[in-house]
Design a protein around this ligand. Structure first.
Ligand code: IPE
Ligand code: IPE
Ligand code: MG
Length: 244
């Protein structure tokens, strides 16, 4: 780590880091613990990542907390995950607010418990004018649903005569996504050794640098994050152009 820092002393951090926080269940199993224990430890890693991103001057951190496909897990596990989210939102929002973090949620509200929706709205409202790290929590999120919803909204506008089909550009389309005001991620990290996107930010990550690490999410530390950022700095982003 030090060696890389020495090489790149002043490289700015990625503006937007997105993380697929995976491996809680395997972390727990490897210790003979129930899966819920892994999710609980995973919440600790969330705190660590948020603090590290704040310290490093990252502007946006998007965390995949629950996918639209995660409803197909056993009911008891879904309940555990939602329970942890409740605890996290009740306990942490004041602290996040104190640290000038703005909290935002992406994903469908429909399907979430009413009290969770209230906590989400409260967290967003309370931290709305904060100017520090923007923490985007992807909850009941799936890219396909998000893209279909954007297409539906544009179709309605076209039927209403508000736009012509030929007005639909990449910019107009992106403006209908839930991430409209959020820049595309520069770096996407997935923990636990899996190498897939699992329906996360598919449109937005067209030119994102992907880093897959074997570390299970509960073990993901500040050092893990710094190592991923160092690897990111070694990459050459070309966006389809030639070098230089
Ligand atoms: C990530 O860990 C947490 C969520 C998907 C909500 P997993 O629960 O997927 O853990 P593994 O992949 O089974 O180890
Ligand atoms: C992706 O992890 C979703 C989250 C981390 C919230 P999964 O564990 O659900 O993904 P798959 O099923 O292995 O693709
Ligand atoms: Mg998993």
């Amino acid at each position: 780590m030090e060696a890389v820092q020495d090489r790149e002393p002043s490289a700015p951090p990625p503006q937007h880091i997105a993380i697929i926080m995976d491996g809680n269940g395997r972390w727990a199993r490897s210790r003979g613990l129930p899966r819920a224990a892994g999710h609980e430890r995973g919440a600790k890693s969330v705190r660590t990542a948020v603090q590290a991103c704040t310290d490093l001057g990252v502007q946006y951190l998007t965390l995949y907390a629950f996918s639209s496909e995660n409803w197909s897990r056993p009911r008891s596990e879904v309940d555990d995950l939602m329970g942890l989210l409740r605890v996290y939102l009740k306990r942490e929002v004041a602290d996040l607010d104190g640290r000038n973090v703005r909290v935002r949620f992406i994903g469908q509200r429909e399907g979430l418990a009413d009290d969770i929706i209230k906590l989400i709205v409260k967290a967003e409202e309370r931290t709305h004018s904060n100017s520090g790290l923007v923490l985007v929590i992807a909850l009941n999120y799936g890219s396909h649903a998000e893209i279909v919803q954007a297409a539906q909204r544009l179709a309605i506008r076209a039927v209403d005569g508000d736009i012509q089909p030929s007005d639909i550009t990449e910019e107009l389309f992106a403006a209908e996504l839930e991430t409209a005001e959020i820049p595309n991620p520069d770096l996407l990290i997935r923990t636990s050794g899996e190498q897939r996107l699992s329906n996360f930010l598919l449109w937005q990550s067209a030119y994102t640098e992907l880093i897959f690490t074997d570390v299970f999410w509960p073990d993901f530390s500040r050092k893990s994050l710094e190592e991923a950022i160092a690897e990111y700095h070694q990459r050459e982003r070309r966006f389809g152009a030639t070098r230089g």
